[in-house]
Design a protein around this ligand. Structure first.
Ligand SMILES: C[S@@+](CC[C@H](N)C(=O)[O-])C[C@H]1O[C@@H](n2cnc3c(N)ncnc32)[C@H](O)[C@@H]1O
Length: 208
């Protein structure tokens, strides 16, 4: 092979690597979305306004175990770690190895655990960390496009795993997550956030 051909061959993967690095988490999110559009179900990560409003009602001093479903590239993960007490733990569950690998590589906080799997198995995940119950569960799952039956199974398992007074939090463009939450959590709060692309609906389901 001629020198110029070899340089050209080596140059292309290097260019791809450089582009990926330059795009950072946005590039990883875009790749996840292109590869699994129905599982990701979003065009952009959540806005800072969504994150602030969603996490605002959490009683952080009582939060020993926080669970996040579908963290993607961790848009909520770092803000949760910033608010979590020193003896608290955060476990994220995502079906996409691309996102889980990225989070494991970039977050070194000892309170953080990243699990590759489905949110349907939240009870096993919580037990594997030595906890009986979770204090809060936050979901970034695209309930409207999940395979048949998966959404209700997740909502039901969430109602079982939350302690009394615990909260199930969802943010979605449509009202599917709110309707599903209402089946298992009789007490709901909700708020529409317009500063998000597209605007989304935040719902808090309280476990009485
Ligand atoms: C809309 S993206 C999350 C966006 C991110 N949390 C944010 O705020 O920008 C949805 C995520 O749910 C994950 N997901 C889909 N089905 C899942 C399941 N059954 N269990 C856990 N994660 C799942 C996808 O891999 C993806 O990371």
């Amino acid at each position: 092979m001629r020198g110029s051909e070899l340089a050209q061959r080596q140059g292309i993967p290097r260019l791809v690597q450089r582009l990926k690095r330059a795009m950072g988490p946005a590039g990883i999110f875009l790749r996840g979305m292109i590869e699994h559009p129905r599982m990701v179900g979003a065009i952009m990560p959540s806005s800072p306004q969504t994150i602030r409003a969603m996490l605002e009602p959490v009683e952080w001093d009582k939060c020993k175990l926080f669970v996040e479903y579908g963290p993607g590239v961790g848009t909520f993960t770092l803000p949760v770690l910033e608010r979590l007490p020193r003896d608290g733990e955060l476990v994220v569950i995502d079906t996409n190895p691309l996102f889980i690998d990225y989070l494991r590589k970039t977050i070194t906080d000892s309170r953080f655990h990243a699990v590759l799997g489905s949110a349907e198995d939240v009870e096993d995940v919580v037990a594997s960390l030595g906890h009986e119950k979770a204090d809060c569960v936050l979901s970034g799952l695209p309930f409207s496009t999940l395979p048949e039956g998966v959404g209700p199974a997740i909502a039901e398992a969430t109602a079982r795993v939350l302690r009394k007074g615990g909260c199930f939090m969802t943010y979605q463009y449509s009202s599917v997550a709110r309707d599903l939450t209402a089946r298992y959590f009789p007490r709901l709060d909700s708020e529409r956030i317009w500063a998000n692309l597209p605007p989304n609906l935040l719902v808090w389901g309280w476990r009485d």
